[in-house]
Design a protein around this ligand. Structure first.
Ligand code: ACM
Ligand code: ZN
Length: 629
């Protein structure tokens, strides 16, 4: 939020000043938007939204107008009427002569005291212009209830905006934990607010098959259910011999049609993923004949099974291809998007080596390695997917053993797979785990959910989907954040892991690289936090937490501790005496030694003498372990 705007809006001024004690200071002359638009020109004055404001558009864009009318209604109580023409109001206009710079998703947004005009080449641009307008309104616009006596004013601006990348995705794994239809919609609605346009739906995996396939009813009759468990993933007791599988769920085809329609009205394309030939234990639990061993396995509950239970489809068996044909037939009919994601990742191929059918297939097809056998399987999937008028996408393992002729690669084990694929002329979506894996913890592991490793907000913000050495950057379609849900058992946690790291990714995928600015981003993120508080959407405040590094002092054979913060201008207070670190405790200045006898370090960050992070308490023994002692 910008100081000029504040002077124009007394109420906001009061609110912001009250909050300023614990928020970052506003950069001058900046409206607060995520992702940062290409160009923002501030003008004087405000537009005031009222019950009389008309939403003006042609008939063909009435649906967009009405979608936002519904969003305005809950907080304002106004049901804005649609009109086909009129001198004043919020006008959604398709330009008569296409503006080349704006492309298919760009827009201009012109706010004057008397009128708001959004101009775009295509309806998607109108939608994004409206999303920008939502963010220009006071934070109370996110309230689920009517906010009385509120002035719904918008600062006058002229914004020109368009995306850097056409693929701006978020993936949700609904196999490891199932999230019902209404929550999937909520997730799609939330990502669309930040101008993301792909929802990658990871529908199948070892822990649950979530999509109804009418010709294969056991996939959801059996494959969608497992024994109920909580606790640390991979350490859970497996399903007992007489235990019922009562935990899970799936989406009916009617549910899926409803979600596809919901996404489409928000200009979000759904990328369905059927993860094969590995990650298929749920399918194999339903149809044991699909694996090389033919053994009866249970849907995995989060217990270790890899290389023990056979979770891969048998690529030697013709039945596997009959099965996949039935699945792809129904998936292709449900999802209107260009791509079907076929997985291909982390397939354990050990059972293929001992399988007579697989060995015969390798001999018949002159395949030298099991990687080539997987590649054979993926090529057949490509033929199948193409026969439905779709394109195949797969994780970067599909490069091993030879890439299918027209496959698009989703690069996750770093960027190298993507670079290799692009050099071969294939399209790529970049989603390297070091920048895009939202399942990884985002702050000190002492206070975050136990997952594989760390991904900080700044690592997301520092991501560039186009690495050096790509001669044709247009092959990089864009990027995507991926939320695997092994350690995400409920929807509040989905939100916690997604936001604010996906604010950072949304900006990476949409905004020009030249506009990236960490301090500005943090300021704007904090404005979004206030909106999330209004909307009751959860988010992580981990970027406020202290960064605690323990290193071994080889001379003194003792641990030394360095403290830092990801967000600048925070004060770090600490104690070693088991007391709460307030802003009169020791303030961190330089590397610390542990006092003799201390058993715990406590650290807390402050801004303007108010606590802002979570207090982190770590046993000295754990610090010594971190230092490798
Ligand atoms: C993956 O993370 N296994 C794609
Ligand atoms: Zn086999």
């Amino acid at each position: 939020m910008n100081t000029k705007f504040l002077s124009l809006c007394l109420f906001s001024l009061t609110v912001v000043l009250a909050a300023q004690e614990i928020r970052a200071a506003a950069p001058p002359n900046e409206v607060s938007l995520i992702p940062q638009p290409v160009k923002v020109e501030r003008r004087t004055g405000t537009f005031k939204l009222s019950g009389n404001t008309r939403l003006i558009s042609s008939k063909s864009n009435k649906e967009i107008a009405e979608l936002f009318a519904a969003m305005f209604k809950a907080p304002t109580g106004f049901l804005l009427q649609h009109a086909l023409s009129g001198p004043a109001g919020i006008q959604l206009l398709i330009s008569k002569t296409p503006n080349v710079v704006l492309g298919n998703e760009g827009y201009t947004l012109d706010v004057t005291p008397g009128k708001i005009t959004i101009l775009a080449n295509k309806p998607a641009g109108l939608f994004y212009g409206m999303q920008t307008l939502m963010q220009l309104l006071p934070k109370e616009i996110e309230s689920p209830h009517v906010v009385k006596n509120k002035s719904w004013s918008v600062p006058c601006v002229k914004i020109t905006d368009y995306p850097r990348f056409g693929w701006r995705g978020l993936m949700l794994d609904v196999s490891r934990h199932f999230f019902p239809k209404e929550l999937v919609k909520k997730y799609i609605n939330q990502l669309a607010k930040y101008k993301m346009n792909v929802f990658h739906w990871h529908l199948t995996d070892d822990q649950g098959w979530r999509i109804e396939i009418k010709s294969l009813p056991k996939l959801t009759g059996i494959g969608a259910w497992r024994a109920p468990r909580v606790g640390l993933w991979w350490t859970r007791p497996p399903q007992g011999a007489n235990e019922a599988a009562t935990d899970g769920g799936f989406y009916t085809q009617e549910d899926i049609k409803e979600i596809v329609k919901y996404a489409r009205s928000r200009f979000v394309t759904i990328l369905p993923e059927i993860d094969v030939p590995g990650h298929s234990l749920a399918a194999i639990a339903a149809y044991p004949e699909l694996s090389c061993t033919g053994k009866a396995y249970k849907v995995n509950v989060g217990n270790l099974f890899y290389t023990i239970d056979d979770n891969a489809l048998c690529p030697g068996n013709d039945q596997t291809y009959d099965f996949m044909k039935k699945v792809i037939d129904e998936v292709a009919a449900l999802f209107p998007g260009e791509f079907i994601h076929i997985g291909g990742d982390e397939c354990y191929k050990g059972f293929w080596k001992d399988c007579a059918k697989c060995q015969k297939r390798m001999k018949d097809e002159k395949l030298q390695t099991v990687e080539e056998l997987q590649s054979y399987f993926i090529r057949r999937m490509e033929t199948l997917v193409k026969s439905k008028g779709k394109k195949l996408m797969g994780w970067d393992e599909i490069l091993e053993g030879g890439l299918a002729p027209e496959a698009t690669v989703m690069s996750w084990r770093g960027m190298d797979g993507g670079v290799t694929a692009a050099k071969m002329g294939h399209k790529v979506v970049m989603t390297p785990s070091a920048n895009c894996y939202l399942d990884l913890y985002q702050g000190d592991p002492a206070v975050e959910p136990p997952t594989y490793s760390m991904l900080t907000l700044s690592s997301c913000y520092g991501f560039d989907p186009v690495p050096n050495g790509i001669s044709d950057p247009s092959l990089i379609l864009g990027g995507q954040g991926n939320l695997w849900t092994e350690s995400v058992p409920n929807y509040r946690q989905v939100e916690y892991m997604t936001w604010p790291r996906s604010f950072a990714l949304a900006e990476v995928f949409w905004s020009p690289k030249s506009t990236r600015n960490w301090d500005s981003f943090i300021f704007r993120m904090e404005q979004q936090f206030a909106r999330y508080d209004m909307a009751q959407v959860n988010y992580a405040r981990s970027a406020y937490d202290p960064i605690i590094k323990a290193v071994r002092d080889t001379v003194h054979k003792a641990v030394r501790i360095a403290l830092d913060t990801e967000i600048k201008k925070l004060d770090v207070y600490y104690t070693f005496d088991n007391t709460y670190p307030d802003n009169f405790s020791a303030k961190y200045k330089d590397t610390l030694s542990v006092p003799i006898g201390a058993d715990h370090l406590r650290v807390l960050t402050y801004r303007n003498n108010k606590p802002i992070g979570k207090m982190i308490t770590i046993p000295v023994k754990d610090l010594e372990k971190r230092a490798g002692m």
